[in-house]
Design a protein around this ligand. Sequence first.
Ligand code: ATP
Ligand code: MG
Length: 261
Amino acid sequence: MFTSTMATRKTIYVKIGGSTITEKGAKQPKPRMDRIRSFCSEVKQVVSSGTQLILAHGGGSYAHPFAARHSLDAGLTLKNRIGVTETRYWLTELSQIFLREFLRASLPVVVFHPSSLVYKSSSGWTPFLTPIKLALENEITPLLMGDVVFAEDTGVAILSADDMPLLLLDVVDEVLFLVDVPGVMDKRGRVLRVVRKKDLVDIGKTSASTIDVTGGMEEKVKKALLLAEKGKKVRIAGYKEKGDLLKALNGLSGTEIILDY
Ligand SMILES: Nc1ncnc2c1ncn2[C@@H]1O[C@H](COP(=O)(O)OP(=O)(O)OP(=O)(O)O)[C@@H](O)[C@H]1O
Ligand SMILES: [Mg+2]
């Protein structure tokens, strides 16, 4: 069972996907408040039991449609700067919804905007993580998000919340990606208990019906494999109602992403 104590404290990166906390296909940003509320109250339970979490939320209908409309994934042009403001405005609105719930649950949480901690250079993402480490040391749970960050070559780039744990390798022991489906599915829609690199051919071409400027499930699995290569325990599981977070943390739901040996 999932019974962590202060003595055996580990840090788990939990990303709650925009696919489950928002109506991702909606024309306007639309939260799924019941899921956000139940997730936040489960987080309170887990953190109170002594496990450190780094939280992140995806963008869903609060980000992908704006980033796509302004083509932010292709970088800055003369005309799309306002798209940076618009996308980050809505992402902040979503973070505020989470913060309200954490205040209600009396759990100390602080939002970190990756755009102020990370930029993209020719050698890749360059992070400044000390504030996140200090928050953890002080028992304040960091809440990150997918974000539009500055980039040396293209002006801006999209940093997915699925990318963030790769920048937090020295802080994070395990990674959990929560989505609106029960896990990674094969072509026939069956949930795979385990995914290895060779299974990518089976899952890659299943397409989502919603806009995702960061590559959807296929990219998520690729990032999960990179994390597994770095020795992290990684799981992709569903979140729809209270109890689903604990189930996933206990390895009782979803798909474990493991290395090929
Ligand atoms: N093989 C597959 N197994 C499971 N889901 C798949 C698969 N192929 C495509 N999908 C789609 O991937 C979606 C989840 O990925 P998506 O990137 O949309 O969610 P997310 O990362 O939670 O959202 P966000 O990027 O807004 O945080 C599911 O809703 C599902 O429709
Ligand atoms: Mg996504």
